[in-house]
Design a protein around this ligand. Structure first.
Ligand SMILES: *[C@@H]1O[C@H](CO)[C@@H](O)[C@H](O)[C@H]1NC(C)=O
Ligand SMILES: *[C@@H]1O[C@H](CO)[C@@H](O)[C@H](O)[C@H]1NC(C)=O
Ligand SMILES: *[C@@H]1O[C@H](CO)[C@@H](O)[C@H](O)[C@H]1NC(C)=O
Ligand SMILES: *[C@@H]1O[C@H](CO)[C@@H](O)[C@H](O)[C@H]1NC(C)=O
Ligand SMILES: *[C@@H]1O[C@H](CO)[C@@H](O)[C@H](O)[C@H]1NC(C)=O
Length: 818
């Protein structure tokens, strides 16, 4: 689920493929209803209202869409929760001035709820150029703003330019977005988004009645929790708060750009999966929540979330975990407490510590004053014993106003657009921070002295290195071997070691090229991965990537020993793993007997630890994107090591969370949002881990299997067994004797949780490790993602960097199979 800000450029350049057989009109009146097959079009031709059938549904709905945008984008649905089944319904205006939808036998399907004093003959229903469907007095053309009813007051999942999101305090009308249930079903889903009322209102997203995300209160610019809303040429937000209304709305600055906000229920809602090359598509400008730190209150009270931190949650300075044990196990829910309680009432004892760049805490228990200065604000907070923090209310124009908080500070994070938050401390805690200028002047002098001498030393150090380097560069004509940590080998050495890439030395063929065994002159045995040519990346970026990957060292990651770049050739040198890969054990009827349950359980936990290291290492945050049994190598003691990490990026996939046009991965292991939308995140790795886990337990590959009349894959099979209460039937026969049934069942449950359809429902690797190694009660998995069952797997081809596996093909095969 995400609140998505999608933008379409140059809509007027779009081709127009709809066959225009329907009859279009510009008003609905009492004497002129609209029947299925006809449409109502806005004056400027931007919007169209009519009957439609979403996706593979058979229901008919009345909705509004962009007339000129080829990818049908529904922005409003009238009868979202009351579909009609027949294609002969009509939309008409009743005597009372209500717009009603009647089905074939004239029974009421849906209706507006207004009471009009106007004579019905003068009323018209019109679709305005803004996309607002209104009932108004047709005889009064001037008075555009007074409507009997308007669709803008009843939003669905889309916020158009000019729509208000928020409250009319006089009438109690609350306009909020509600996501579609799924692509085929516009009825109200679980997620809603709107303005949370309170002393200091803010934008929020709820899942059911549970708060899921909050933006932080309005701070004059946008809000301290949302990045990227600084003034820009595309849109402008306006926030209004007065006695009558509290709302936010946006306007677009350039009328040739179409940009809307959509609350999506699932990650692959609608148009995304029917993307066709050569035509324009919606591009996502911004999504909320932005990252895992945006999950409501992840770190507990006084815990601050730092997306690049490891772990992401840290207690604020001056606070300590409430339960050290839980905190260290990465269960942050209990949050933090003051190291030392403040002594309210004793004059001049308490102080404040300033935290820079913070998203403001939950405003449920807060108080504001728009005219107070920051000094008054501090004094006010000091005078109230339960006051825990204060801050400026408005940060635009240097800061003004006052917000103060009572009780625990909840849902804190470090944010790019954050502001200063002053948190109350006991005196002893803050003495240095409060009055640092006077009391520490001596210290400052000392530090300056130290810094100066350090700088001098560094200068000397630099010139030394610089001089030696220049010498070296003179010796080596290319001068690019400057990195001492990662040896670069020349091609001749590698050719020699691998016997000129002899077929005898070939260990296998991975996603990015063949792997050879090599023996160096000193006897060291290595594995050489010869990367397929024509990678999209430049030489320099490639080298940087290799160096970064070589720095990743973990006992469950294969060690990168060096690389070789010459001309078109790019090679990576790894430590050699004599026991080959995990797939040669678990899927082989003979070899699989060598791995009993305790060993497999160890392997599972070790892979999880390696993956967590990749995901959490603060410098890199590597997403593997091709985790599978053949990428897990085993050392002499059967310890697993993950290989091929970082290759997705080195070979041209862009390794940031988000969206890629080039899918790197293996059918059967790919998370649905990655296979379909190309969206990847650490959670798509978690999905692959789930598949791997089931494979390790069952000894079966996740490919289409026919089982007692069901066409299924391993995930579907596991889910069926789980539902039927017989998960133990999944266990490979060779394991039955060595395993502890309860332990395996726990693992299966963890696996199913990793395979949840929605990435947010999957645990992260940290939680997976905790779940595998403790006795805590696990949540019940929902239906996992079955998507893969629709793809027939032929030889488990890895999608290489070639165009062999574009998004379209994946999508097409999915649609065909439905
Ligand atoms: C009216 O039509 C609906 C289907 O559109 C049908 O279920 C219902 O039985 C019909 N009612 C009458 C009175 O014919
Ligand atoms: C129509 O509005 C009235 C009062 O304004 C309310 O009591 C009634 O429940 C509404 N009906 C529907 C179907 O929303
Ligand atoms: C509006 O956007 C179009 C397309 O991006 C651009 O060509 C045009 O210059 C923009 N106009 C203004 C006034 O910014
Ligand atoms: C959300 O929905 C919009 C419009 O329906 C779509 O274009 C977009 O791709 C969806 N976003 C995600 C992240 O699925
Ligand atoms: C806000 O503070 C100012 C100055 O201290 C004061 O005059 C005013 O009454 C306060 N307003 C509210 C609503 O408390």
């Amino acid at each position: 689920m995400a609140l998505v800000h999608a933008t379409l450029l140059f809509p007027n350049l779009l081709f127009f493929f709809f066959s225009q057989v329907s009859y279009a009109t510009d008003t609905i009146t009492h004497s002129q209803p609209l029947s299925d097959g006809s449409t109502l079009v806005s004056k400027d031709g931007t919007f169209e209202l009519g009957f439609f059938t979403p996706g593979s549904s058979t229901n008919r709905y009345v909705g509004i869409w962009f007339k000129n945008i080829q990818t049908r984008t529904i922005v409003w649905v009238a009868n979202r929760n009351n579909p009609t089944k027949d294609k002969s319904s009509t939309l008409s205006l009743t005597e009372e001035g209500n717009l009603v939808l009647l089905n074939i036998n004239r029974s009421l399907v849906w209706s507006t709820n207004t009471t009009s004093k106007e004579p019905v003959s003068s009323l018209v229903v019109q679709l305005l150029d803004s996309g607002n469907l209104v009932i108004r007095d047709g005889s009064n053309d001037k008075n555009e703003e007074s409507f009997l009813w308007e669709s803008f007051d009843h939003p669905c999942d889309t916020l158009l330019q000019g729509m208000k999101l928020g409250w009319n305090l006089k009438t109690g009308l609350n306009r909020f977005l509600t996501a579609w249930k799924n692509w085929d079903d516009p009825s109200s889903g679980d997620f809603t988004s709107g303005v949370k009322l309170g002393t200091n209102p803010e934008l929020a997203i709820w899942k059911g009645s549970v708060e899921y995300y909050r933006s932080g209160p309005w701070n004059g610019i946008f809000s301290s929790g949302v990045f990227g809303f600084s003034p820009n040429p595309l849109f402008e937000y306006k926030y209004v708060q007065n006695e009558d209304e509290v709302y936010v709305r946006y306007t677009l600055k350039n009328s040739s750009v179409v940009s809307i906000i959509v609350l999506n229920q699932t990650l692959y809602l609608r148009q995304r999966i029917t993307w066709i090359p050569h035509t324009r598509t919606w591009s996502v400008y911004q999504s909320l929540p932005q990252d895992s730190c945006d999950v409501y209150n992840v770190c507990g009270a006084y815990g601050s979330c730092m997306i690049n931190g490891s772990p992401v949650c840290q207690c604020l300075e001056g606070f300590k975990p409430k339960s050290v044990q839980n905190w260290n196990a990465m269960d942050w829910t209990q949050g933090c407490v003051h190291k030392e309680p403040w002594s309210c009432g004793v004059k001049n004892k308490d102080g404040f510590r300033r935290f820079v760049g913070m998203k403001m805490p939950d405003t449920t228990h807060s108080w504001i004053n728009t005219s107070m200065t920051l000094e008054d604000c501090k004094a006010k907070c000091l005078n109230i014993c339960s006051c825990t923090a204060y801050a400026n209310l408005d940060t635009s124009g240097g800061g003004s106003g006052c917000s103060i908080w009572f009780g625990d500070l909840v849902d804190l994070r470090v944010s790019e657009s954050g502001q200063d938050l002053y948190v109350r401390m006991a005196t002893s805690d803050t003495i240095i921070y409060n009055d640092a200028k006077h009391k520490n002047s001596k210290k400052v002098v000392l530090m300056v002295a130290i810094i100066v001498s350090l700088v001098v030393m560094m200068l000397m150090g630099f010139s030394y290195i610089y001089m030696t380097k220049t010498k070296k560069e003179e010796e080596k004509d290319e001068g690019e071997q400057e990195n001492l940590e990662l040896p670069f080998f020349d091609l001749a050495t590698i050719i020699n070691a691998t016997n000129n890439f002899s077929i005898v030395n070939k260990l296998g063929e991975g996603g990015f090229g063949p792997v050879y065994k090599g023996t160096m002159l000193d006897g060291q045995v290595i594995a050489v991965k010869r990367l397929s040519r024509s990678s999209g990346q430049g030489l320099k970026e490639f080298k940087n990537e290799v160096i970064l990957c070589a720095k990743l060292q973990h006992r469950n990651l294969v060690k990168v020993l060096g690389c070789c770049i010459e001309g078109e050739e790019k090679m990576l040198l790894y430590e050699y793993m004599p026991n080959k890969s995990l797939d040669s054990f678990i899927f082989d009827s003979v070899q699989s007997k060598l791995l009993d349950w305790p060993m497999r359980f160890n392997i599972l936990c070790a892979i999880a630890r390696g993956l967590m290291y990749l995901h959490q290492d603060s410098r890199l945050r590597i997403i593997h994107r091709d985790l599978k049994a053949s990428n897990i190598l085993l050392d002499n003691n059967m310890n697993p090591k993950i290989s091929d990490f970082g290759l997705a990026k080195m070979c041209g996939g862009d390794q940031v969370e988000g969206n890629t046009n080039r899918i790197v991965g293996t059918y059967g292991y790919m998370a649905p949002e990655y296979a379909i939308d190309g969206l990847f995140s650490t959670k798509s790795d978690v999905f692959s881990f789930g598949v791997l886990l089931l494979e390790i337990i069952s000894g079966k590959k996740n490919r289409t299997i026919t089982n007692e009349g069901h066409i299924d894959n391993l995930i579907g099979h596991a889910w069926r067994m789980w539902k039927e209460g017989t998960p133990e039937q999944l266990i490979a026969p060779s394991l039955v004797d060595s395993c502890k049934i309860s332990e395996v069942i726990r693992c299966i449950q963890v696996g199913l949780l990793c395979l949840q359809h929605h990435p947010d429902d999957r645990p992260n690797m940290t939680s997976v490790i905790v779940m595998l190694s403790s006795e805590t009660i696990l949540s019940q998995p929902k239906v996992p993602s079955f998507l893969i069952k629709n793809i027939s797997i032929e030889g488990e081809q890895s999608c290489d960097r070639q165009e062999s596996c574009s998004i379209n093909e994946v999508t097409v095969s999915l649609l065909n199979a439905r």
